[in-house]
Design a binder for this molecule. Structure first.
Ligand code: GUN
Length: 296
């Protein structure tokens, strides 16, 4: 049976560390980081994510400001809110929860956020910095969290083969770029599989570290993984459960069977999810420090 990569415990360690750091910074500066959280419309999953992010802020001493607007808001109205937040010196970080309602151009909205306040790490400037390995980048929170877990659970990643299944802008592409850097905890050979890959097993079977971020429930089966691999499951899929009328959350990996074969695996829920929020907090503290000239 594999070692379980416990995202809840790791997330708590990170958040406890940030809380201590913010207490000490508050003594020196009498300031706390401020995160603006923008939620448009009433998508239930987004409401839960935003609630959890705001709770995480309160727990570590980040001030959150909520901007909750109806789905009928126009793109220009949303862009005006972002412009105000960009120009507000009290605001260190801006998070616009995705997806946005139809009729609002997500790319335009992301591009409007000042890269210095883009704690989600979605702005092209931050993605570009991730690609060139510039450590002033705000890394997108999910791949950042996966990387932190890999650093903790894999002592030496030099030359290992990482296979990323999925090529989204939010996870797959930045993940591949993080793992290929000539850095400690990376320095890997990276393969990215996606919907046009004809025989995914051919690649996943070679993975020392397999990262599943494809959005297909339990797609990665035991016969697709190498014995002794480390598996990070980014999937969050809701499927019908055995109990009539109920649903359950599963990842992109067939946990029950894959966990019998590999060395370590992150579960869903309780794996990458909680770590993602911890990385958002980390990015917010980083933005606060950079903007206030505080050496980290
Ligand atoms: N929607 C799904 N994941 C994310 C995320 O990490 N950040 C934002 N802003 N929206 C999301």
């Amino acid at each position: 049976m594999a070692e379980i990569i416990d995202g809840k415990v790791f997330s708590k360690e990170v958040r406890d560390g940030l809380k201590l750091k913010l207490e000490s910074l508050f003594k020196k500066t009498a300031k706390r980081p401020v995160l603006a959280v923008v939620l448009i419309g009433e998508d239930p999953a987004s409401q839960v994510y935003v609630k959890n992010k705001i709770k995480a802020c309160a727990e570590i001493g980040v001030v959150s400001r909520e901007y909750i607007k109806e789905a009928s808001i126009t793109e220009n109205e949303l862009l005006a809110i972002i412009d105000d937040l960009n120009n507000d010196d009290d605001v260190n970080g801006i998070l616009v929860q995705l997806p946005l309602p139809k009729g609002i151009n997500e790319k335009k909205v992301i591009n409007a956020i000042s890269p210095e306040k883009d704690v989600d790490g979605f702005h092209p400037v931050n993605i570009g910095k991730v690609v060139i390995g510039d450590d002033t980048a705000f890394m997108p929170c999910t791949p950042h969290g996966c990387h932190e877990l890999i650093k903790k659970y894999v002592p030496n990643t030099d030359g290992l083969h990482v296979v990323v299944v999925g090529r989204s802008n939010i996870v797959g592409k930045p993940m591949a770029n993080i793992m290929v850097q000539k850095n400690k905890g990376a320095n890997c050979i990276v393969t990215v599989c996606h919907s046009a890959s004809k025989d995914i097993s051919k690649y996943t079977l070679q993975a020392d570290i397999l990262i599943a971020a494809v959005g297909v429930p339990e797609m990665i089966k035991a016969d697709m993984v190498k014995e002794g691999a480390v598996v990070i499951d980014v999937g969050v899929n809701r499927i019908p459960s055995d109990e009539a009328g109920k649903t359950k959350l599963v990842g992109d990996v067939d946990f029950e069977n894959v966990s019998k074969k590999v060395k370590a695996i992150s579960p869903v829920p309780g794996g990458v999810g909680p770590v993602t929020i911890a990385m958002l907090m980390k990015n917010t503290v980083k933005a606060f420090c950079i903007q206030n000239g505080i050496e980290e």
